[in-house]
Design a binder for this molecule. Structure first.
Ligand code: B12
Ligand code: SF4
Length: 478
């Protein structure tokens, strides 16, 4: 599929307003995090409601550093008595506290997002919320709005994917997920007016950017693979849906022209999974002469020389590869369905095309040994990587490991779950995993080649963020 001439569609979606007829406040709770980005989920939900005749106010307590009382005051001022809270496992504790605060003031609370999708009973019991929404939110939330935020319809049936404690006995009660929006182009662009993509509180990703401000967008939803540490396949039932290249391009133009965005990061789970699609998206961007630096993540085995060349022409200067481990045994264990040979080939292609390569790794998965850690560190130091991000396994609700490793890891529902060692592979101690992460960062970054390269991509406006990241990634210290 090639795209001939592209006339970007007119800006879609809500434009924000100050009228007081909001039917719901869509809220991201406040929590500590280094990397701050606009929350696409709430942008999409607000614009989908808007195009269907309902006004939603986005309250980003994280971006604006609001306390729960501040949020409550906003709702009172705007006379809003329904709140929709977005919740990942990383800030489930904060979502619970916010829910309790709002419930205490008589506000109806609905919690949606990845965490309640996989832990609906836990979320409802902990938070006292009225409903959780399991799965994609657009259709379920619209149905709730149409039904006065009640999940029982006039014929007695329930809205698909929406649960209260009346319908759930315990965490094992099977839930049916909300319907997907079949054609992603039916969802207007996120409500960028309310998200304020160039807001000064936002940072960039992985510390670097060619230009600033940068913002993340999504051209597809879902991934057909089943890496055992990841919850995306289950969340989207392994289905992949793509927006049309024209639709994506229209949003990129809007961000550039209306909001002054100078770099775009694609946050898709797997943007190169469909070769025809990524080709036509790049083709559209090239023909439009958009001229914006672009970043994306990709699987190594979904890249080849011709594709990398076309991606480069479209503007992709930085591609992050989910390598996870250099040990063939580990790749097999985690069901990555990729071999180290294919990864090395892709890195070579990217390097030869002068693309900045970010390697993404995870230490501490089942089967990890001192030997596999060594293999990975040796790989990191010998391959042409420009930047690395090294995580420690956090067993995610919805991932295969969540059930497979049950009883062998501690569960926590806040930011501390990430960064700490919650699962210790047999034969290792937690310190081995922490040391592996620290050693990798030290040995990788303290090399003149890497420092010199990085300095070219650190923007003045991100210096504070850069220093915080360096401090928090355990570069220094014990
Ligand atoms: C972009 C991204 C990031 C970015 C920016 C995040 C942001 N701006 O919010 C950055 C780099 C900062 C990031 C960081 C992390 N991320 Co991240 N990230 C993503 C990614 C790739 C896309 C998120 C996105 O925008 N999705 C698009 C929107 C439309 O989807 P959505 O958020 O799921 O929202 C829909 C539904 O969930 C629901 N919904 C959501 N909220 C609400 C609210 C209501 C009221 C209702 C009704 C419905 C509803 O409706 C929405 C529209 O359909 C996802 C993977 C994914 N495919 O989603 C991982 C993902 C969210 N990240 C994940 C993780 C683990 C992390 C980190 C902990 C990584 C780390 N090691 O540090 C950190 C911490 C993040 C944090 N505390 O917020 C996990 C979360 C798992 C979990 N159980 O919580 C995910 C799911 C990836 C995965 N499968 O492993 N991330
Ligand atoms: S890690 Fe990437 S490739 Fe693997 S299942 Fe998750 S999104 Fe798909």
């Amino acid at each position: 599929m090639t795209v001939k001439s592209i006339t970007p569609p007119p800006p879609q979606g809500a434009t924000g307003n100050n009228s007081n007829n909001y039917c719901i406040a869509l809220i991201r709770p406040n929590f500590e995090i280094d990397t701050k980005n606009p929350i696409l989920a709430l942008g999409y939900l607000a614009s989908y409601l808007k195009v269907n005749g309902y006004n939603a106010l986005i309250v980003d307590a994280m971006r604006d550093n609001l306390s729960n009382d501040d949020v409550l005051a906003i709702l009172k001022k705007e006379n809003i008595n329904v709140a929709g809270i977005s919740c990942l496992t990383t800030h489930a504790d904060e979502a619970v506290a916010l829910s309790k605060c709002l419930k205490g003031a008589g506000i109806k609370v609905i919690i949606g997002g990845v965490h309640p999708t996989f832990m609906p009973y836990q979320t409802l019991t902990a938070s006292g919320a009225d409903y959780v929404v399991c799965g994609e939110g657009e259709i379920a939330l619209l149905k709730l709005a149409e039904n006065d935020f009640n999940n029982t319809l006039t014929d007695g049936s329930k809205i698909k994917g929406v649960y209260s404690l009346n319908e759930l006995k315990d965490e094992n009660t099977a839930v049916v997920r909300a319907d997907f929006v079949e054609n992603l182009d039916d969802i207007p662009y996120p409500d960028w007016e309310q998200l304020q993509p160039a807001h000064k509180a936002y940072t960039t990703w992985f510390m670097i950017a060619k230009d600033s401000p940068s913002v993340g967008i999504m051209s597809s939803r879902g991934c057909p693979y089943s890496c055992k540490f990841c919850s995306s396949p289950d969340f989207y039932s392994k289905r992949v849906r793509m927006r049309s290249p024209e639709n994506v391009l229209g949003e990129m133009r809007l961000l550039k022209e209306k909001y002054g965005i100078r770099e775009i990061k694609f946050v898709d789970d797997n943007i190169t999974v469909d070769r025809e699609y990524i080709d036509s998206l790049c083709d559209a961007i090239i023909k439009d002469n958009l001229n914006l630096p672009l970043f994306t993540m990709a699987r190594a085995d979904r890249l080849d020389d011709a594709l990398v060349k076309v991606m480069k022409r479209a503007g992709f200067y930085n591609i992050a590869i989910g390598i996870e481990s250099a040990s063939p045994v580990m790749l097999l264990n985690m069901n990555k369905r990729e071999d180290i040979g294919a990864i090395k080939t892709a890195l070579k292609i990217l390097h030869n095309n002068d693309i900045l390569i970010t390697g993404l790794f995870v230490f501490g998965m089942p089967g990890e040994t001192k030997q596999t850690i060594k293999e990975t560190i040796d790989f990191i130091l010998s391959e042409p990587l420009d930047l690395v991000n090294v995580s420690i396994l956090a067993v995610l609700p919805g991932s295969d490991y969540w059930n497979e490793l049950e009883g062998q890891y501690t569960r926590r529902f806040n930011q501390s779950y990430w960064g700490d060692v919650n699962y210790v592979p047999e034969g290792l101690v937690a310190e081995d995993v922490l040391a592996a992460q620290k050693q990798t960062y030290r040995r990788f970054f303290l090399r003149p080649r890497v420092i010199f390269k990085l300095l070219q991509y650190i923007r003045l406006r991100h210096i504070g963020y850069f220093l915080t990241r360096i401090r928090n990634i355990r570069f220094f210290g014990k």
